[in-house]
Design a protein around this ligand. Structure first.
Ligand SMILES: [Zn+2]
Length: 248
């Protein structure tokens, strides 16, 4: 508005205000209107923190005004974090992790719903104890209660679930892999000792390294075809063994 009046004052310059108005201000109001709507399209006030932020500071949402959520990304992330710390939200997180883990490992999805998982979890005394400890720790990530499968080779079913904390879960995973209980993440390899032609299979490259003292990185290079042999062995991935060894 202010610039409109300044502009109007300059325009009068001996002429009547009426003339100046018709000549200049009409179009100036339009310009202001255009500028304001342009700025509004680029910026938005967050409904939570009340800060005016650029549209890129908001997550996109097709059907909302301006095509973004009413809360900014920072506020949404904060809310999400707080939700996942509630008992209700934690089970949403656990359930989604179980689904993505099933998909990743080509396993069937959990045969229970998220609500069934929550009901099961909330009636597990150990879960309640671990949840309380987690809250008391100030939500230490390592102490986040989680549900893992007792037997990693079986899919997610309620009777194959055990409650543990994330730190334990990670450790169990790597212990199981090292001990060959869980080979899902490992690539089983076969080493053919060149001088004798004797073949031996190992559940992982690191296990092969432990048994033969050949560096697992060299074993990997052989498996990918980068090198011919390592440590006096030909190395092949076990699941490729049929097509790879017969070429020799
Ligand atoms: Zn905000």
């Amino acid at each position: 508005m202010l610039i409109s009046f300044i502009y109007l004052y300059c325009l009068t310059d001996g002429r009547s205000i009426g003339t100046a108005y018709t000549q200049g201000v009409g179009s100036l109001f339009y310009l202001e209107y255009y500028l304001i709507t342009w700025v509004m399209k680029k910026e938005k006030k967050c409904s939570k923190c009340d800060k005016i932020k650029g549209l890129s500071e908001f997550y996109k949402h097709r059907t909302k005004s301006n095509g973004v959520y009413s809360q900014c990304k920072v506020c949404q992330e904060k809310a999400k974090k707080a939700y996942y710390r509630t008992k209700k939200g934690l089970f949403v997180l656990i359930y989604h992790n179980q689904i993505s883990s099933s998909v990743q490992r080509n396993h069937p999805r959990p045969n229970y719903t998220m609500l069934e998982l929550r009901e099961f979890g909330l009636s597990t005394p150990k879960f309640l104890v671990l949840y309380k400890k987690w809250v008391e720790s100030g939500y230490d990530k390592e102490l986040t209660p989680s549900f893992d499968r007792k037997d990693d080779y079986k899919p997610y079913t309620l009777d194959n679930l055990q409650v543990m904390i994330w730190g334990e879960n990670d450790k169990k995973g790597s212990d199981d892999r090292r001990n060959g209980i869980n080979n899902k993440m490992n690539k089983a390899v076969v080493g053919e000792y060149i001088s004798t032609g004797k073949k031996e299979s190992y559940h992982s490259m690191t296990e092969a390294e432990r048994q033969t003292s050949v560096d697992h990185r060299y074993i990997s290079k052989c498996c990918s075809g980068e090198s011919e042999s390592a440590g006096g062995y030909y190395w092949k991935l076990k699941n490729n063994i049929n097509d790879r060894f017969k070429t020799r």
